[in-house]
Design a protein around this ligand. Structure first.
Ligand SMILES: [Zn+2]
Ligand SMILES: [Zn+2]
Length: 644
């Protein structure tokens, strides 16, 4: 008996033939010799004969795991759609090495709750639950205003699937614990968390349970999509619009989009949940490809969406962090024992540092970008490659000792708040000081227990959380968010603004308000925060005019090398090759120099292809016949999110 086998090893893009005296099932995990190394393989197909002319090796061991066949088709699709080598995609399915799999492991326990919470759904939520049909593939776009209780809707659906496996994808590690606890409480079942900080031993135990069909619920980051469940009955993608579902490195894929395909293969429902659906999903809903469910009112009676006030910072002075009105408002809410969230989109203290005397800029030596000044630890950090140095206090060109900082980062806002609101208890949350789940949970609990008055946060706390006494949200500087060259900038800003403003007034126990500080009060987006349909109408119109997704597909090919000329030359030649191929309905946008032209000592050039069709196969062929020279790297990004 011959088997075509996918080997689990980076970079191999074909199936290999092995022979075995046993009858192997598709999906069976085995051990095989590949290039003299014993590694994991997965059986795809079997045949009595093989036309392979080389030496066919024997299967070495048969492992005690068989993966659900649907996942083999899923991996094929993931590989073909995203132009990822087959074996690299298989590595997502089986992220362990052979020695780990051969060992016996003790199982770990998930999160359980002693009390089962009975939540009474309102009519709108109940109707939403009733619309979702089990045991059948459909994509549901669950679109609800912030605080409308979307979570309760899919938890109720999960509860109905008593003994089935359920997968809930969440965008941030910060949300996974909170989500897991609410599910445990609502469904009375054991819930497991899966993300990068979870230990390999725990992951293995979850993976085994999934394959064996144990009725587990997994809450996880995007990589959880590849856990090979054998009895999965529901997928939920919470905050489906979130850009973090897109993996931007190594195996590049969009977990939300791949999840939709997986659900179609498994013939199960998938719920995409969001207060601000992605433009793509929204379009699918209005085109009736997705079933659209809308929740229009906040769950708590009397909890209205906050009023939004725009503060024109042009008259306040360039170095001001808050306008006088904002300061008064913060004081007012402090005096009434209400919590305040101040949203700042930048890490560190200042965005750039330079010499006012001669203009010398402090730049990253590895990248074409500024170093950011961080007051904590008095350091300069590159936010792209992570390069860190101690602070530079003297100009290296003219010797001037008075260097100046520009731009407002979260640490500066924190320092200002400490000065202005001396009695308040203030907490700062950014990825620099909240870098593990325990720290994050600690801070969240402090906020929930009202031990904190002012929360200053980057996106890390902007979404998902419910803080009962939070009734004022201040967006410190809108302008940093909006003006980038990414065609998704407007969408992303809209979503982030809506999410942030939605933190205020969740329970209706106090009047709630949002202040947006900006130097561009005429920005059209500001009028759309409380008029979502206007935003989608506008944005879809713009995308249509420019052939951007969802009207056109984009594939980006990044060429990089430590040798600038060689990278440029190859990029030009490849562009010509792609143009010569005359791919139907496709525009090859010539070589683009990205904003971050140099990063990590590498020079980068991008080629963009915009097409009406699916052109992955064509591109694969062209890249195969026109391989890059030594020292030149290509990175293909299908449906890219990052254009920096
Ligand atoms: Zn100088
Ligand atoms: Zn750098």
């Amino acid at each position: 008996m011959y088997s075509s086998v996918g080997v689990v090893r980076q970079g191999i893009d074909f199936l290999c033939t092995y022979s075995s005296s046993d009858e192997l099932q598709p999906g069976q995990l085995i051990a095989v010799y590949f290039k003299n190394k014993k590694i994991i393989g997965i059986v795809f197909d079997n045949a009595e004969d093989s036309d392979y002319l080389g030496n066919i090796k024997q299967v070495s061991d048969i492992l005690s795991y068989t993966i659900n066949k649907a996942y083999l088709n899923f991996i094929k699709f993931v590989s073909e759609y995203n132009l990822i080598p087959m074996s690299s995609a298989l590595k997502l399915l089986c992220p362990f090495n052979l020695t780990v799999l051969l060992k016996q492991h003790k199982s770990h326990v998930g999160i359980r709750s002693d009390v089962i919470a009975n939540v009474i759904l309102n009519e709108e939520q109940q109707n939403a639950v009733n619309k979702i049909e089990l045991e059948k593939f459909d994509v549901y776009l669950l679109h609800g205003v912030t605080g409308s209780g979307k979570t309760e809707v899919f938890l109720e659906v999960a509860k109905r699937l008593n003994n089935a496996q359920i997968l809930i994808l969440v965008p941030e590690i910060t949300l996974s614990n909170v989500m897991a606890e609410s599910i445990a409480k609502r469904c009375g079942r054991e819930v497991f968390i899966w993300h990068n900080s979870v230990s390999p031993a725990k992951k293995l135990s979850i993976w085994q349970n999934a394959i064996q069909g144990e009725p587990i619920i997994v809450v996880g980051a995007r990589s959880a999509l590849f856990i090979p469940f054998s009895n999965l009955k529901l997928i939920v993608v919470d905050e489906e619009h979130d850009p973090t579902f897109k993996q931007n490195d190594h195996q590049i894929y969009n977990a939300r989009d791949m999840a939709v395909y997986l659900a179609s293969l498994l013939k199960i429902p998938i719920i995409l949940s969001s207060a601000t659906p992605s433009v793509e999903s929204y379009k699918n809903a209005i085109d009736c490809k997705y079933k659209y469910i809308k929740l229009t009112s906040r769950y708590y009676l009397g909890a209205n969406l906050p009023t939004v006030n725009v503060t024109d910072m042009r008259f306040v002075g360039k170095n001001a962090i808050f306008s006088p009105e904002t300061i008064e408002k913060i004081k007012y809410y402090l005096n009434n024992n209400q919590q305040i969230l101040i949203f700042v989109n930048r890490r560190g203290y200042a965005i750039k540092r330079l010499c006012p005397n001669c203009g010398w800029k402090i730049m990253c030596p590895a990248c074409d970008t500024w170093l950011c000044y961080h007051a904590t630890g008095s350091r300069l950090i590159c936010h792209h490659c992570g390069y860190t140095s101690s602070n530079i206090k003297q100009c290296k060109k003219c010797g001037n000792e008075y260097l100046v900082n520009f731009g407002i980062g979260i640490e500066k806002v924190y320092a200002e708040c400490q000065k202005l609101f001396t009695k308040a208890s203030i907490v700062m949350c950014s990825s620099d000081n909240m870098n593990n789940p325990t720290k994050i949970d600690e801070v969240i609990n402090k906020i929930k227990n009202n031990e904190v008055n002012i929360i200053i946060g980057t996106q890390i706390l902007a979404k998902g959380h419910n803080f009962n006494s939070l009734n004022l949200v201040v967006v410190a500087n809108l302008d940093y968010m909006l003006y980038t060259e990414n065609f998704r900038a407007v969408e992303n800003t809209f979503q982030l603004l809506y999410q942030v403003t939605g933190r205020a007034g969740r329970t209706g126990n106090f009047q709630s308000e949002v202040i947006i500080q900006t130097y561009n009060p005429e920005e059209p987006l500001l009028t759309m925060i409380n008029n979502q349909s206007e935003f989608y109408k506008n944005e879809l119109n713009n995308r249509k005019l420019t052939n951007m997704p969802p009207y056109g597909h984009i594939i980006s090919i990044e060429i990089s090398s430590s040798n600038d000329d060689k990278a440029n030359e190859y990029a030009q030649e490849l562009t010509q090759n792609l143009r010569n191929a005359s791919i139907a309905n496709t525009i090859v946008v010539g070589v683009i120099i990205p904003n971050l032209y140099k990063t990590n000592y590498k020079y980068r050039y991008n080629i963009l292809l915009i097409s009406k069709n699916s052109i992955q196969n064509k591109i694969k062929g062209i890249l195969k016949s026109y391989k890059p020279h030594f020292g030149i790297f290509t990175k293909i990004d299908v449906d890219p999110y990052n254009f920096d």
